[in-house]
Ligand binder design. Structure first.
Ligand code: NAD
Ligand code: UD1
Length: 324
């Protein structure tokens, strides 16, 4: 990839949880990064490291540009002033999305428009502008309920939520643009990502951010369903290493899981977090949520073989970093 004086990397959703960590890493590696975000869940504070006080968090250090834009509407016009100033966009990490499975069940049309429509806008831009690589944040939700664990990339995809359907449709679009229009593109299927900056403020936020927030305050943790459902929780730093590798040349049309290869039940997770936070919180149970998958655990051979990435952060270490 290029240096900060050369062509640019766009991170859609770069003000969000995962996107801001990716932005940090790309700038550390010497890239000029354009964060394209409409700040519906993302925050300028996540990028504070690169925003100077005199900019009042509205501008950016030379390595970072902020473009406020809905990814499913008008990205050509929004990026035009940037490319006029710095030259063409070389790489795009496409992370902007509506991220809640539950919200997608309640509002499938919003999910389709942002999560599938947004991907089409990015791919149209990449085709027209000759972008060298698109890396897409897909999800384990494309698999749906699978009985055999761990789940490999060749497992038939049967999503059980609009969110999973739109991520899968996006992957198919990536494949189409690679085949028919020669746009180099890679999809990474993230399992359950956690770490610092994951926003706990919505009831639909990632479970670790909610549980950590409540356990720290000694409040009750609510488990939906019987708590025996499992997830493969992967630390955000490990996910960023996967994304940086996917943004490099090669591996076009590759789809790879990003997980640890392990799984933990939601009940075990809740108990661990309560214990790490001093044991003051109670745990209660509520009805299972719609669109839920019951087990989730990644096969991770392809991530290692194609991208040289192994998710190495142990859950307890990642949970400590998150709580801190
Ligand atoms: P997040 O909500 O913190 O980040 C999403 C970002 O996208 C936010 O900054 C938000 O403002 C922005 N955004 C949303 N809609 C937009 C739009 N229409 N136009 C422009 N910007 C928009 O969530 P995250 O956890 O960082 O998720 C990042 C990506 O990773 C998403 O594509 C998500 O589907 C995917 N993913 C996340 C997980 C996880 O466990 N967190 C797992 C699998 C996949
Ligand atoms: C998460 C991501 C989704 C991603 C998918 C990949 C979020 C908000 N969702 O979905 O973007 O594509 O992983 O696998 O980041 N739970 C409780 N109590 C709570 C909150 C949640 O018991 O207060 C349970 C849920 O019912 C679920 C599990 O914890 O069984 C995980 O939930 P959640 O963090 O919302 O993630 P997913 O639905 O797996």
């Amino acid at each position: 990839m290029s240096s900060s004086s050369g062509p640019i990397a766009v991170v859609t959703g770069g003000a969000g949880f995962i996107g801001s960590h990716l932005t940090d890493r790309l700038i550390e590696l010497g890239h000029r990064v354009v964060v394209l975000d409409d700040f519906r869940t993302g925050k300028r504070a996540n990028l504070a490291r690169w925003l100077t006080p005199e900019h009042g968090f509205g501008g950016a250090s030379p390595a970072l540009e902020l473009v406020t834009c809905d990814v499913s509407h008008g990205i050509f016009a929004a990026l035009a002033p940037i490319t006029a100033k710095y030259g063409r966009v070389e790489r795009i990490a496409h992370l902007a999305a509506q991220v809640s499975v539950v919200s997608s069940v309640a509002n499938p049309l919003v999910d389709m428009s942002v999560n599938y429509g947004g991907t089409l806008h990015v791919l149209e831009y990449a085709r027209a502008m000759g972008v060298a690589k698109v890396a897409f944040a897909s999800s384990a939700a494309v698999y749906g309920d699978v009985s055999e664990m761990p789940v490999g990339e060749d497992t038939p995809t049967r999503p059980v939520s609009p969110y999973g359907i739109d991520k899968l449709a996006s992957e198919l679009a990536l494949d189409y643009y690679a085949n028919v229009h020669g746009v180099p593109a890679t999809a990474l299927r993230f399992f359950n990502v956690y770490g610092p900056r994951q926003d706990p403020s919505s009831p639909y936020s990632g479970v670790i951010s909610i549980f950590a927030d409540r356990a720290r305050a000694g409040r009750t943790l609510t488990i939906f369903g019987d708590g025996q459902q499992t997830r493969d929780f992967v630390y955000v730093g490990d996910v960023v290493r996967g994304l940086v590798a996917a943004l490099g040349d090669g591996n076009s049309r590759t789809v790879a899981n990003v997980g640890t290869g392990g799984e933990i039940t939601v009940t075990e997770l809740a108990r661990t977090l309560v214990e790490l936070c001093g044991g003051k919180s109670a745990i209660e149970y509520a009805p299972q949520r719609a669109g839920e998958i019951l087990r989730s655990r990644a096969r991770v051979d392809r991530l290692r073989e194609a991208f040289g990435v192994v998710a190495e952060t142990r859950l307890v270490d990642g949970l400590r970093a998150t709580i801190a």
